[in-house]
Structure formats: C-alpha cells, structure tokens
Design a protein around this ligand. Structure first.
Ligand SMILES: N[C@@H](CCC(=O)N[C@@H](CS)C(=O)NCC(=O)O)C(=O)O
Length: 215
C-alpha cells in the first residue's frame, strides 16, 4: 500500500486527516506513533523534525506530507475518491480554506492550549494563556452559532475540508467548554458531525484511548 499515515488515534489533528481518508475511501496503512517512547519519537522526528502528527508518507511517489490541511489537499489531488472535499470553484474553494483556518486557529488551537495546560505540572501553569484561549474560543463559537442557524455543513450543503477541521476541534472543545447551553446550533452541528460515518468511525477507533484524555 502506497500511503502510510503516522498518527495517534486520540490526537485531534489526526482525526481531521482520518476523516478525509475515510470520506474518500483511500486505502492506507495506519502507523501508530507513541511520542512518549524515545525511539519512536526519534524515528518520527527523522521524518518531520517538528514532531507533530499527522504525517502522511506516499511511498510510491516518494513524498512526505505533514500538516493536516496539506494532507487533505494532497489526498484530493493525488488520491481522490468519492469525496469532493475542496470545491472546484475558486470562490467556493477559498471559502472552504478560510473555514478550515477558522476551525484550526480559533477553536482547535485554543482547545489544545486549554488541554495542554492541564498536563503542565503545578507551578508551570499558564492561567493568562488559558483565559486568552477561552476568550478566543468563545468568540469563534459565537460566530459559528450564527452561521450554523442556516447551514447543514460548515460552508453550506456539501461536506468539505472545513468539516474535517470542525469535527475534532468541536468534539474536544466541547470537553473543555461544553457548548450546548450557549451555542445550540453549534451543538447540533457537532452532533451531525459525530453521526457522519467517517467521523463516527474515527471516534469508534479512538474509544480505547479516551481514558488518556486529561479530564
Ligand atoms: N498544524 C498541525 C498541528 C498538529 C498537532 O498539533 N498535532 C498534535 C496532536 S493533535 C501533536 O502532534 N502533538 C504532539 C506534540 O506537540 O508533541 C496540523 O494541522 O497537522
């Protein structure tokens, strides 16, 4: 099999890439990386020194592709399936990429900041950074709440790259800042994402690892 995905089943940005692979029904070999294991970490960093997953290797084409958004762009270009995750039209494609950035930068990364702080030892916490992250997330959820009053998916009627980004961002954001009370449309959208077969599969596969999530 040409494609190898270096990932961890619990890792939120890996969920994003997995959703796209499942949407397009692209065959790949999953390679679970335990970053806590120094040997596995060193092997992984030889591939991508930044050391963050997901990373996709295309053995046949001799390519290593990091970054979840770029992985999805690559899949769409070189291994397209039945999904059409980036629309053909320039304006629609740009809007999709904007929504992808929106979820990554203003929901996903603040969520990571909040979760990451829980893992820091006493005395090394960053309450100011966490407050800032919560405020950013609140602003983004407020914007999403308005958008989702009239949309099925992030950009309209079609499931796209933006929904791949939204699913894990909202799933884990909901764990650190429950969204149903203040953002009912966003909560309905999250429920729809969780029912989407591609993401339902990702969540099923992550199930054995959820106990590792810092609650
Ligand atoms: N911008 C990257 C972010 C990837 C990322 O933050 N991955 C996390 C897991 S969700 C990671 O590898 N964390 C391990 C670490 O930072 O040591 C992407 O979109 O792929």
């Amino acid at each position: 099999m040409s494609l190898v995905l270096h990932y961890h089943p619990l890792a939120s940005f890996c969920h994003k890439a997995l959703i796209a692979l499942y949407e397009n029904e692209v065959p790949f070999t999953p390679k679970l990386v335990d970053l806590g294991d120094p040997t596995q970490r060193a092997e992984f960093q030889a591939l991508w020194p930044i050391g963050k997953f997901p990373v996709l290797q295309d053995v046949a084409r001799g390519r290593t592709i990091p970054e979840s958004t770029i992985i999805i762009e690559y899949i769409e270009q070189h291994h397209p399936g039945k999904g059409n995750l980036i629309p053909q039209g320039c304006d629609e494609a740009r809007e999709t990429r904007l929504r992808d950035r929106f979820f990554d930068l203003y929901v996903h990364e603040p969520m990571q900041k909040i979760v990451g702080d829980r893992l820091r030892p006493e005395g090394a916490k960053d309450p100011h950074g966490v407050d800032h992250a919560r405020n950013t997330m609140r602003t983004a959820l407020g914007m999403l709440e308005k958008d989702m009053s009239s949309r099925t998916w992030a950009t309209g009627d079609a499931f796209t790259l933006a929904d791949c980004a939204a699913a894990p961002a909202l799933f884990y954001a909901d764990k650190v800042m429950p969204i149903a009370g203040d953002y009912p449309n966003a909560a309905t959208y999250l429920a729809r994402l969780m029912e989407r077969p591609s993401y339902a599969r990702v969540l099923r596969e992550a199930q054995p690892y959820f106990a590792m999530f810092p609650g």
